[in-house]
Every structure is written in C-alpha cells, then in structure tokens.
Design a protein around this ligand. Structure first.
Ligand code: CA
Length: 243
C-alpha cells in the first residue's frame, strides 16, 4: 500500500515513515500543501493520505477539501492541536478519520486499515496484496502477515490451523479445493485416511464466521470459499463439478 504523508515536522515525518516502512508500506513524504497537491495526481497514485493540518505554505484544511473534491482516496488527518474542534473540522472536510499527535505507529496502522477497508481501496482488493499481505473478500479481511482475520471490522480468532486452512481456500476464491489437497497443503501430510480433521476445522471456522456460506461444501470433493455478500456467488450451483 502506497501512503502519501503530508507533514512538515521532520521528527514526526521521520518516525511515521520509518514505522510504516517497517510494516511493509511504501511512503511518499512531502512537507508542503503544494507538494501534496502535486503528489495526489502523480503516478503511482497513493492509496491513502496522512495529512497534517498545520502546513507552512497553505492550510491543511484547504488541501483536504481540494483532494476530496475530486477523489475518494482515504484521508486521515493528523494534527498536533488535538482538540475536538480540529477533529470535527477534519471530518467535516471529508477526512475519513482523525488522529491527534502524538500517536503510536500501531494505532496509526489500525486506523489506516479500518479506513481502507471501509472505502474498499488500497489493500482491500480480492487478491492478496503482495506488500501488506491483506486480502479482502466481501466483508472478510485476511491479513496474512499478521495472521489475523476480520469480519466487518471485528477480529475473528482462529487457531493456527484454521487460519492456514482459510488462507489456503482464499488463495483462489470460488475454486474448489479437494480434501486431499487441503491435507497436503495445510497439514503437510500425504496421509489420505479419514478426512474428518478437515471437516472438523471447516465446521469450526464456519461457526466463528457466523455464516456457513463462507465455506461451501462441494459434495464428494471438498470445499471452496464463497462470499455470502455477493448474490451471484451465493446463488452459483455448488456441484457436481468435474475434477
Ligand atoms: Ca505541522
């Protein structure tokens, strides 16, 4: 995910840039409003903007308003002032969230994930993002680097095997995975005995996701990851399918 950081304070900018880079983000840093306006329309385009309101050449509010006038890119306002007025102003300008300085890098990343998930941009695509390792399928977010799963922004706690199984099914959403392939890949075994273990794990994941349709059974074959949020996927015939 590419981040445009608009911040004139070198200490804050350096800290944010280091923290985000360490976590797999690509950061373009500018320190003026003018440079921000240029960067927003340059290629490759940023996926999210972190915007300081107090800039040397122009008011960050004007920058925010201008970006929002022709782009839906997620914007998080970061401000030193930290009062409620700033927060309200930031959100009224069309920013997606507000963070008062000082803030921790973990909190920043959590906010960034939340706004990009909401807007469906950046890492929130159907295929796993190669940098962030995040994969969005409807309301389901699989974060491979952090080994975490979220459903509509709420974290779902899976065991390591459940996570591995869900990730395996998510490698090709909609494609059928045979039980034997799942045993091979997730359990790393050639043992083709009873596959009840796979079924038990699928049942547990379904229970945790609260919606059986996320993992569809394909009778006599295996499973595939569906998307109950999409009518088409849910309505698709579930088999029989050729191997
Ligand atoms: Ca500033």
């Amino acid at each position: 995910m590419r981040v445009l950081l608009v911040e004139d304070d070198p200490a804050v900018a350096g800290g944010v840039k280091d923290g985000l880079s360490t976590n797999g983000y690509t950061v373009d840093h500018v320190s003026t409003g003018t440079a921000a306006m240029a960067a927003i329309v340059s290629e490759p385009a940023p996926d999210i903007v972190l915007l300081d309101l107090g800039l040397p050449d122009m008011d960050g509010q004007d920058v925010c308003r201008s970006i929002r006038s022709d782009s839906q890119i997620p914007i998080i306002v970061i401000s030193a002032r930290g009062d409620e007025v700033d927060k309200v102003v930031g959100l009224e300008l069309g920013a997606d969230d507000y963070l008062a300085k000082p803030f921790g890098i973990r909190e920043l990343i959590a906010r960034m994930r939340a706004v990009t998930r909401r807007s469906g941009s950046g890492a929130a695509t159907n295929a796993p993002n190669p940098v962030s390792g995040q994969q969005q399928i409807g309301t389901l977010l699989i974060d491979r680097r952090a080994q975490r799963v979220y459903l509509a922004d709420a974290e779902v706690t899976l065991t390591a095997k459940e996570f591995a199984l869900l990730s395996f099914l998510a490698e090709d959403p909609g494609a059928v995975c045979r039980r034997t392939d799942i045993l091979n890949q997730v359990w790393e075994t050639d043992w083709y005995g009873p596959t009840k273990t796979v079924d038990a794990h699928v049942a547990s994941i379904r229970k945790k996701l609260g919606e059986a349709k996320w993992i569809e059974s394909v009778r006599g074959v295996g499973f595939r990851l569906g998307n109950p949020d999409e009518e088409d996927t849910a309505a698709a015939p579930v088999g029989p399918l050729a191997l």
